[in-house]
Design a protein around this ligand. Structure first.
Ligand SMILES: [Zn+2]
Length: 272
């Protein structure tokens, strides 16, 4: 284990649009680990992850703009929405921009400019965390209690129970699901089968992505997990429940901290 090392933390502005910032924490313990928190309204585990990066190494970037899930791109006088975890491939950028801005599909030139801006933002994020030099990419997210149509008034699409149903009904973007009996919203979503076994053994909920998402355009949603798969990198998404702005669900602070501890255990084991 690495002892405490000097920490550098800085707020970087996106050159093309300085109201978008990255809060970057860089440990001087050099490790090939890149961490990112792309959704600004999902911050339950960020402070703890910062501390652990400080202790063990890596680079961690938190996207900051106006506190929302989506970023607002200011393009040619237009305020356009984009999901910052859908901008890592061209297909994903076109999809998130046309989905979140319904009038944009008909405005070819503006759409092209927006796609370029989103690409620049993706490159800015990846550059800030030294993603090209990193062997492991880690994303930290939070999700809402339950899932849509779960019969318990749940919300959203992230739940180990929903993933199990998806797998059972033939969804092709995942190949293994382990429901450890922990809260359904606290789960790892990952790319490496060795990590899957370690997480399963340690009794965490875990979903293994199907490597074929790298080859299938229909599964290319522009998320960091798809880019990681395309580049053959190890990817781990650490997901835990959060309390929504209207008071639904709870912040699973301790649960996500335990997951972060587990993550660093396997990172330290594989890159001593
Ligand atoms: Zn998220």
């Amino acid at each position: 284990m690495t002892p405490y090392v000097l920490l550098m933390s800085q707020l970087l502005s996106f050159p093309q649009q300085p109201d978008i910032k990255l809060d970057v924490t860089k440990s001087e313990a050099s490790r090939p680990w890149a961490f990112v928190a792309p959704h600004e309204n999902e911050h339950v585990g960020n402070a703890y992850l910062k501390q652990q990066v400080e202790k063990f190494g890596g680079v961690f970037a938190i996207l900051k703009q106006h506190g929302q899930r989506h970023v607002t791109l200011s393009v040619d006088g237009n305020a356009l929405q984009a999901d910052p975890n859908r901008i890592f491939t061209k297909r994903g950028r076109m999809s998130t921009l046309t989905k979140l801005n319904p009038d944009l599909a008909a405005q070819t030139q503006l759409l092209a400019m927006a796609e370029k801006r989103a690409q620049a933002l993706a490159e800015f994020i990846l550059h800030s965390i030294n993603a090209n030099e990193a062997s492991s990419w880690v994303a930290i997210h939070n999700n809402t209690q339950g899932y849509d149509d779960d019969g318990h008034k749940g919300r959203g699409t992230i739940s180990i129970k929903r993933y199990q149903k998806k797998l059972d009904s033939g969804a092709s973007y995942l190949i293994r699901v382990h429901d450890a009996g922990k809260d359904e919203d606290d789960l790892f979503f990952i790319t490496e089968s060795t990590d899957y076994e370690a997480m399963k053994k340690a009794s965490f909920n875990v979903v293994l992505q199907n490597p074929d998402v790298a080859l299938d355009p229909a599964e290319d949603d522009g998320s960091l997990s798809v880019l990681a798969e395309k580049q053959g990198r190890r990817y781990v998404n650490v997901e835990a429940e959060r309390r929504t702005e209207d008071g639904f669900g709870d912040n699973h602070v301790a649960e996500q901290q335990a997951m972060i501890d587990m993550l660093f255990t396997i990172l330290n084991e594989s890159h001593p």
